[in-house]
Design a protein around this ligand. Structure first.
Ligand SMILES: NC(=O)c1ccc[n+]([C@@H]2O[C@H](COP(=O)([O-])OP(=O)(O)OC[C@H]3O[C@@H](n4cnc5c(N)ncnc54)[C@H](OP(=O)(O)O)[C@@H]3O)[C@@H](O)[C@H]2O)c1
Length: 349
């Protein structure tokens, strides 16, 4: 039997549009293998208007209209309702939250998620703000409303970390976490090790679309702080937020420091860590040198990696090489299917 799954997409930028293309590409597979017909009923943007319909929207046409600058040309489905109003009025079963990250508070994404959960919708997001700032509240709200909340794309794109621990490492306790979680700072350090100044490396990263015009969030360790908080909150019950992370970025490193370490067979990396400290969890981000025996030795350029320290499985290191947008879109896709599978199995998560 085919089941129709209706989505509200709040935020329809790079990741949202790539996810919509992935849905089109996998439409036949979804029907044949999962008995699932996925319809997008809502598309919401901040500055280019929104669409709401009772029937399937043509996402490829929406992308075309966005290229022209506004969704207005799409037709009578056009609306200027806010995301909260759209979530309140639409007929969707699941909300996909893909608005811009706010590193200060995790808003307005957290409010979008709360509204959707209170409307009885399952939620999937790649926005790390809500998980870094409000994970405990959101997990509680999901449970009390009997809905699912998944967020694999928030850390290392589609690389399975949260889902790996939850689904494959059942009963295994995560006792510590360490990772290279910010690809821009890793790219800058790799370029500096090969002789560039920090400014030259940053310009190259900006030219490749890797770094923002203001790269502070990456270079000052904020992005890594948000990601280690998300990991520590979910996997270690830290109940923390990014402002509590002891944080140092890479700006204090000179080109000479980085070149000298290369001559000594060491490498500077921006490491993000979480470890038990008495009854609480200590989270910290800062530049450290590693040696060739480190599992992170080969993690250069835009790659990322995380080591999970566990009580039963020792240390597990997962490396993501050269991430692309497809990986993040896939995180949304696989989370969507996990939600559907758990609803069908009648399980809580
Ligand atoms: N890009 C990646 O590779 C990647 C990887 C992992 C996680 N993520 C996360 O995924 C999320 C989406 O990333 P992206 O690259 O797709 O961002 P993006 O291209 O900047 O798109 C963001 C979308 O959200 C809309 N939006 C922003 N604020 C909004 C608001 N207050 N209300 C309604 N809509 C709003 C934007 O509308 P306007 O265009 O009108 O502003 C746009 O449609 C972010 O949280 C990001 O941190 C991205």
């Amino acid at each position: 039997m085919t089941v129709i799954l209706r989505l509200a997409m709040i935020g329809f930028g790079n990741v949202g549009q790539e996810f919509a293309r992935l849905l089109d590409r996998k439409r036949e597979w979804l029907l044949k293998s999962k008995g699932l017909d996925v319809e997008v009923l809502v598309i919401s943007t901040r500055s280019k208007g929104s669409l709401m319909s009772k029937r399937r929207l043509d996402t490829a046409r929406a992308v075309e209209e966005l290229r022209k600058g506004s969704l207005r040309g799409y037709g009578s489905e056009y609306t200027e309702l806010s995301p909260i109003e759209l979530i309140g009025k639409c007929d969707a079963d699941m909300m996909i939250e893909l608005t811009t990250l706010d590193i200060e508070s995790g808003q307005p994404a957290t409010d979008h998620i709360k509204k959707a959960m209170n409307m009885g919708m399952d939620v999937v997001t790649a926005n790390k703000g809500p998980v870094a700032f409000h994970y405990d509240d959101l997990a509680r709200l999901a449970r009390s409303n009997g809905v699912k909340f998944r967020f694999e794309g928030t850390v290392m794109d589609g690389t399975p970390i949260f889902n790996l621990v939850e689904k494959t490492l059942q009963g295994c306790e995560v006792t510590g976490i360490q990772g290279i979680l910010n690809s821009t700072s890793n790219f800058v350090l790799t370029e500096m090790a090969s002789g560039k100044t920090m400014d030259e490396a940053i310009s190259k990263a900006q030219g490749m679309g890797l770094a923002e015009a203001d790269p502070a969030m990456d270079l000052d360790g904020w992005d890594a702080a948000a990601k280690i908080t998300a990991l520590a909150n979910v996997l270690m019950g830290a109940g923390s937020d990014p402002k509590k992370v002891e944080r140092n970025g890479i700006r204090g490193l000179s080109a000479d420091d980085v070149r000298a370490s290369a001559n000594e067979r060491t490498k500077w990396k921006l490491l993000a860590s979480a470890e038990r400290d008495g009854g609480s969890i200590r989270t910290f981000v800062g530049p450290e040198t590693i040696t060739p025996d480190s599992p992170f030795w080969s993690v250069d350029g835009t790659s990322s990696a995380v080591t999970l320290k566990t009580d039963l499985m020792g240390d597990l290191t997962i490396i993501e090489s050269g991430p692309m947008l497809t990986q993040t879109a896939y995180a949304i896709f696989s989370d969507m299917l996990l939600v559907v599978d758990s609803i069908r199995a009648g399980t809580l998560q």
